[in-house]
Design a protein around this ligand. Structure first.
Ligand code: IVH
Length: 689
C-alpha cells in the first residue's frame, strides 16, 4: 500500500485501513504473533485517523481509532473490567507533545498542571485485583472493557504480591484494590531464554515484549513460572475502601507502600519544556536499562484536574505517550549475500527493501553467520523484522512466517568464496565459515580498507570502493603500497579528478604521523584491537620495542593477555610480515616515540603511586574531570581504569547520569561506590573515604 492510494478514494481507503488494522490487532493482541512492527502499525492508525479527521462523514464508532486494543483470545475466560482499561494517545515528536500540553492547559482554563513522567514500558498491560488484600485476579487489557483471565499465570510472577499488608503509613488495606501496570521481561532474562531456546533447537523469540506476551498466554502456569517475568505498577483501577488521592504521585506512593514495584524513574515537572527535555534524555539513554521502553508516558498529576479533562472513547485527555522513533520495522528481504572480510570470514548479510529504522534508512543488515541464518530460517522473499538499536549495526531479527510465500525454499550457505571461488571451510566447533585462500582478492581489499579505516590509520577518502579501484588497476597490493601512490597515477583511474587525487595523496601522507596505537591496530593482527594497542604503546612506546618482546613480556601488560601476546609474536615472526613492516618504515610511517618511554618513567617517579594494582571504574560525568582526565588520574597513580565492573573492582566512581548497568553491578557485588569528593580522597590517599 502506498501513500498515493490515500487521495484516490477516502471511503474505500478508510475501509481498507480498518480491515488491515483489525487484522493486525488480532495478530498482536490475540495471537501474540505480530506481522508488522509497532511503527508500521502506528502509521496505519495515524493514516486512518487523518482520513477520519478530514472526512467526518466517514466516522464510525466501530472504527479501530475509537477502540482499545484487540479481541479476546478464547483460550482464557473473559473478565469484565469494572473501570475501563484505556489506551493512550501518542505524540511522535516534541511538537505533538507541546500541542497536547496546549490542549491540556486550554481544558484547564489556562492552568498549567504539574506533569508526571513515567517510562513507557514495552510489555503487556495487566490489571491485578485484590479483595480484602488477597490477590484474586489478573486480567489483560483486551478491548478495554473485557480482558482475559490470566490469574494462574500472573500468580507465578515474583513481583506480584499475593497479599497486601497494612503498615508503612497504610492503616488498613482497601477492600478492593486494582493495580494496573506492565508485565515485561528484562533484556537479560530474554537473552537467557533465547540462548536456551537456540540450544534446544527451538524457535527464538523476536523481542522481550513478544516473549513476555507468549509467556503469559501459556496454558500451563509452570511454563510461565520458568520464564522470569517482572511487573511495574503505574495506574490504579477500581479502589473501594481506600483513601482519596489528590495526586497520581500520592497514589503510586500508596501502591508502593502496599508492596507493589513502582519504577523509580518517575519525575514531576512544572513545564512542558522540561518534560520535552526529559523525553529527549530517555530517547538517548533507553539502552542503559535492562528492560525495553518505547517512550515516556506524560500524565497530569492532579486528580481534580484529571477529572476536569476527562476521557475520549479510548484514551484519557490527561495523558499522552511520547513515542521514541522506531527501532524495529518490517520490510522485504530481497536477497541474502555473503561478504568476505579481511580475515577470510564469510558473513551472510541481508539485502533489504530500504526502510527507515533507528534514525536512518537501512538497505542492508547483518545475519552474523551460517548458524544464525539457519536458526532464524530467513529466506529471500520473506517479510522480515529489521532492528537497529542505538549504535548497534542493523540486524535481521527474524521472518514473519505468516507472510512467507508458498514457494519459498530455505537459503543454503554457499560452498565457495563468492569472490575467488575457492572452497569455503568451517573448522569443527567454530561458528565462522572462512575463505582460506591466501591470495583471495576480497581479503586483500578488506585488509587495505581496514588499514585506512577511522579506528586505524584514518585515511579519509579511502573507503572500500576506492580500494577496489586501486587494487583492480594493480597500483596497490598491500597497505604499504599506498605510500608510493602519486597524483599522476590516480588521475589515470576512472572517475578520479585531480582534486580528489591530490587530497587522497595528502591524506595518505598525513597518516604517516598517526600515533603508534593506530598503526598497531591497522596491522590487522588477529585479536589486537585499539585497547590492547594502546596498552602496549603505553608500556613499550615503540614498534621496535614491541617486536622485540617475548610472549611473557607482552602478556604481562594489563589488557593484553596470553592469547593476544601469542598472536602478536607469531605475526611478527613471519618473514612476509617483517618485510611489510620494513616497507612501512622505509615509506616514513612513524613507529612510535622513543623519548616517550623516558618521559613516562620520569612522570611516574613524581606522582605517588597510591592506586598501585587497584581497579577503579568511573561512570557518568564528573565536574572536575572529563573521561580521559579521570583515567589519567587513576593510571598515573599506578591504578587501572577498566570499562566494566567486576568483583575485582576496588571502587566505582559515580558522576551525573551514570550507566545503570555499572551501578547495578557494583551494588550487587558490594563494590564501594564513591562520589567525586570520595574519588579525590581515593586519589590522594589510596584509601576509601
Ligand atoms: S498508563 C489510562 N503508564 O502503554 C492510562 N501506560 O499505549 C493507562 N504503558 O496500555 C496507561 N508504560 O500497556 C501507562 N507508565 C505507563 C506505561 C503504560 C507502558 C502501556 C500500557 C498501555 C499502553 C498505551
Amino acid at each position: 500500500m502506498t501513500p498515493n492510494e490515500v487521495g484516490s478514494d477516502p471511503a474505500s481507503r478508510a475501509e481498507a485501513l480498518r480491515a488491515e488494522i483489525a487484522h493486525h490487532n488480532e495478530r498482536y493482541h490475540t495471537l501474540d504473533d505480530p506481522e508488522i512492527s509497532d511503527a508500521d502499525y502506528d502509521a496505519l492508525v495515524r493514516e486512518l485517523r487523518r482520513i477520519e479527521a478530514d472526512h467526518p462523514e466517514l466516522a464510525d464508532e466501530s472504527s479501530p481509532t475509537q477502540q482499545v486494543g484487540g479481541a479476546i483470545n478464547t483460550t482464557f475466560s473473559s473478565v469484565t473490567h469494572r473501570v475501563a482499561m484505556m489506551s493512550l494517545d501518542n505524540a511522535m515528536d516534541g511538537d505533538e507533545l507541546r500541542a497536547w500540553a496546549d490542549r491540556v492547559v486550554k481544558g484547564l482554563d489556562g492552568e498549567t498542571p504539574t506533569f508526571v513522567c513515567e517510562l513507557k514500558f514495552d510489555g503487556l498491560a495487566i490489571s491485578l485485583r485484590y479483595e480484602e488484600g488477597r490477590f484474586v485476579q489478573a486480567a489483560t487489557r483486551g478491548d478495554g472493557r473485557m480482558g482475559e483471565d490470566v490469574t494462574a499465570n500472573v500468580a507465578t510472577i515474583a513481583d506480584v504480591p499475593d497479599q497486601l499488608v497494612a503498615g508503612q503509613g497504610v492503616d488498613a488495606v482497601p477492600s478492593v484494590f486494582e493495580m494496573r501496570g506492565e508485565v515485561y521481561m528484562t533484556r537479560s532474562s530474554f537473552d537467557q531464554l533465547n540462548a536456551r531456546a537456540i540450544e534446544a533447537g527451538e524457535k527464538a523469540f523476536v523481542n522481550p515484549r513478544n516473549s513476555a506476551a507468549g509467556s503469559l498466554r501459556q496454558k500451563d502456569p509452570s511454563v510461565t513460572a520458568s520464564r522470569k517475568l517482572s511487573f511495574w505498577g503505574y495506574q490504579l483501577g477500581e479502589v473501594v475502601g481506600g483513601p482519596e488521592f489528590t495526586s497520581h504521585v500520592a497514589a503510586l506512593e500508596y501502591a508502593a507502600a502496599l508492596g507493589f514495584r513502582i519504577n523509580d524513574h518517575l519525575r514531576s515537572f512544572a513545564t512542558i519544556e522540561e518534560v520535552a527535555a526529559h523525553c529527549a534524555y530517555w530517547q538517548e539513554h533507553r539502552h542503559d536499562l535492562d528492560y525495553e521502553i518505547d517512550g515516556v508516558v506524560v500524565k497530569v498529576d492532579g486528580t481534580a484536574q484529571r477529572d476536569r479533562l476527562g476521557v475520549t472513547s479510548r484514551a484519557p485527555r490527561w495523558a499522552i505517550a511520547f513515542k521514541f522513533p522506531p527501532e524495529e520495522r518490517t520490510t522485504k528481504l530481497l536477497d541474502i549475500m555473503v561478504s568476505v572480510g579481511r580475515t577470510g570470514r564469510a558473513t551472510p548479510f541481508a539485502v533489504l527493501e530500504p526502510v527507515f529504522v533507528g534514525g536512518s534508512t537501512v538497505g542492508m543488515a547483518t545475519l552474523h553467520n551460517q548458524d544464525q541464518v539457519a536458526v532464524k530460517d530467513v529466506r529471500p522473499g520473506d517479510t522480515v523484522v529489521v532492528r537497529k538499536a542505538g549504535d548497534v549495526i542493523p540486524e535481521v531479527v527474524g521472518p514473519v512466517l505468516s507472510l512467507r510465500p508458498a514457494d519459498s525454499e530455505p537459503w543454503v550457505f554457499p560452498t565457495h568464496c563468492p569472490r575467488c571461488a575457492n572452497p569455503l571451510v568451517r573448522p569443527d566447533g567454530e561458528a565462522d565459515t572462512r575463505c582460506v585462500a591466501p591470495d583471495c582478492p576480497a581479503q586483500r581489499d578488506q585488509k587495505i580498507a581496514y588499514f585506512a579505516s577511522r579506528g586505524a590509520m584514518d585515511i579519509e577518502g579511502l573507503g572500500e570502493q576506492m580500494v577496489e579501484k586501486l587494487t583492480a588497476s594493480d597500483l596497490v597490493h598491500d597497505p604499504a603500497d599506498l605510500y608510493s601512490l602519486t597524483v599522476e597515477q590516480l588521475v589515470e583511474l576512472e572517475r578520479i579528478g585531480p582534486t580528489s587525487a591530490r587530497n587522497l595523496v595528502a591524506e595518505i601522507e598525513v597518516s604517516k604521523a598517526r600515533p603508534l596505537p593506530k598503526l598497531l591496530t591497522a596491522l590487522g593482527v588477529r585479536h589486537l584491537g585499539p585497547a590492547a594497542s594502546l596498552a602496549l604503546t603505553n608500556e613499550f612506546h615503540t614498534l621496535d620495542a614491541i617486536m622485540s618482546k617475548s610472549v611473557e613480556e607482552l602478556a604481562a601488560v594489563e589488557g593484553v593477555g596470553e592469547v593476544i601476546a601469542n598472536t602478536i609474536v607469531t605475526w611478527f615472526s613471519q618473514e612476509a610480515n617483517r618485510a611489510y613492516i620494513e616497507r612501512l618504515r622505509s615509506a616514513g610511517v612513524g613507529f612510535g616515540d622513543p623519548q616517550a618511554a623516558a618521559a613516562a618513567a620520569a612522570a611516574r617517579a613524581t606522582i605517588p603511586q597510591t592506586l598501585e594494582g587497584r581497579a577503579v571504574v568511573v561512570t557518568g560525568t564528573l565536574a572536575g574531570y572529563n573521561r580521559e582526565a579521570a583515567e589519567e588520574a587513576i593510571t598515573s597513580r599506578g591504578g587501572k581504569s577498566p570499562g566494566s565492573v567486576s568483583k575485582k573492582t576496588f571502587a566505582v566512581v559515580v558522576g551525573d547520569s551514570p550507566g545503570a548497568s555499572k551501578l547495578t553491578k557494583a551494588e550487587s557485588l558490594g563494590v564501594p561506590i564513591l562520589d567525586e569528593a570520595g574519588f579525590e580522597h581515593l586519589l590522594a590517599t589510596g584509601d576509601l573515604p
